[in-house]
Design a binder for this molecule. Structure first.
Ligand code: PMP
Length: 398
């Protein structure tokens, strides 16, 4: 793991920076940095040249695609398209769904899976994983024609894990397809991705301990091969006639016009493979328990959650501090304690607002002055996070 080392505090001390904002963008794994550095001397054009450099770069780019397909357990009808990030992946998919497709999503989604769809059916926020399954089942009962359900696997606000396997089974029972926003599940549980039952999966390299602006849209090739190219240009065009008519490529090239992001794809695939081969859950769940137990013991701190407290989660916890402005808390954590957190509505405005409205009192049940400016504080962690980071946050909040 590449770490920023120490930061100076307002009192003059220096401490190791506690990066508790990993859900936004994760630091770079050493193995990823090495893979990128190893490739740099051979940097050349992908799919567009004949020399040794181009051959190697084309091979590495396609190998990155194979690695992703392998981790996702792809079969013959599936494809992997490299995008810029998860947002880009959902915008691509939204343009590729056949005309007349009904898209069904929950109003709890991250904006990346809320805003690209035209007139989606937005289902009410479920208050438990089981309720999500029942709400979806009821919604699908009345729908005909092509239906695509699109749902997040792990919330970037609460860390709560959604019952994707069960949602996929219900979608398939009704002949619908399901797209999964795995931006937050992939970094925490990459082994689960292959077994989700998803028809489409989207995630981002920069949340997966790989930098450089690459993401993935992976899944069934038929709609993608039939859709208009996402970007029009070189690489996506198989033949352009003098009269301007264009025959478009099929396969991933159809949606990857322009020179591809080789280093991004190699970094993403290296990270995905490295994470896939590690036990991530044991250490993370211990830290999660430590943080949640610590927060629960602080009378002025309230954790935000949609599901019951014992629902499965990844290492993301959002909370409010009664009577304190979240921005001020975050600045104090940064300057006085060397801790990086995030504040705001986390690009999931309807969900976070709903959860903030749930929280109108402290744990004694007393109403507190609302200084939240309609925002929350989020601590998120993963590889590289230590118990000391968590304890430092708890001590600072105390
Ligand atoms: N979905 C979720 C659940 C996310 O947490 C994020 C990033 N906050 C996104 C989608 C969008 O990812 P990106 O910004 O990499 O496009």
């Amino acid at each position: 793991m590449l770490t920023p080392g120490e930061v100076k505090l307002t009192d003059g001390r220096s401490v190791e920076f506690a990066n508790l904002d990993i859900a936004a963008t994760a630091p770079c794994l050493r193995v990823v940095a090495d893979a990128v550095a190893d490739l740099l001397p051979f940097y050349g054009s992908v799919h567009r040249g004949a020399g040794a450099l181009s051959e190697r770069c084309t091979r590495e780019y396609e190998q990155a695609r194979e690695t992703v397909a392998d981790v996702l357990g792809h079969g013959p009808g599936d494809t992997v398209i490299f995008t810029r990030n998860t947002t880009d992946a959902f915008n691509l998919l939204a343009r590729a769904v056949p005309a007349g497709t009904t898209v069904v999503t929950f109003d709890t989604e991250h904006h990346a899976n809320l805003l690209p769809w035209r007139n989606p059916v937005r289902l009410e926020a479920p208050r438990s994983p089981a309720a999500a399954v029942e709400i979806l089942r009821a919604a699908l009962r009345g729908l005909e024609g092509n239906v695509l359900v699109s749902v997040t696997a792990a919330s970037n606000v609460t860390g709560e894990v959604w019952p994707i396997e069960r949602l996929a089974a219900v979608a398939h029972e009704f002949g619908a397809r399901i797209a999964v926003d795995a931006a937050q599940l992939a970094p925490h549980a990459p082994k689960r991705l292959a077994g989700l039952g998803a028809d489409y999966i989207a995630f981002s390299g920069h949340k997966l301990y790989a930098p450089f602006g690459a993401g993935v849209l992976a899944g069934r090739a038929d709609w993608l091969d039939a859709a208009e190219p996402y970007l029009a240009g070189g690489g996506a065009s198989a033949h352009v006639a003098d009269d301007g008519t264009t025959r478009w490529a099929t396969g991933p090239a159809r949606h990857e016009a322009g020179t591809p992001n080789l280093l991004g794809a190699v970094a993403l695939a290296t990270a995905l493979r490295a994470l896939h081969d590690r036990d991530l859950a044991t250490a993370e769940q211990a830290l999660l328990q430590r943080l949640r137990a610590g927060l629960a013991a602080l009378p002025h701190v309230t954790e935000l959650r949609l599901f019951p407290a014992d629902a499965e989660r990844v290492g993301i916890v959002s909370f409010t501090v009664a009577g304190r402005d979240p921005g001020e808390v975050a600045v104090t954590l940064g300057r006085d304690h060397g801790i990086g957190v995030r504040t705001g509505l986390f690009c999931a405005h309807p969900l976070t607002r709903r959860l903030l409205n749930d929280d109108k009192s402290d744990k004694s049940g007393q109403a507190v002055p609302d200084l939240s400016s309609g925002q929350a504080i989020r601590a998120s962690f993963g590889i590289g996070t230590t118990a000391e980071h968590i304890d430092r946050l708890l001590a600072a909040l105390q």
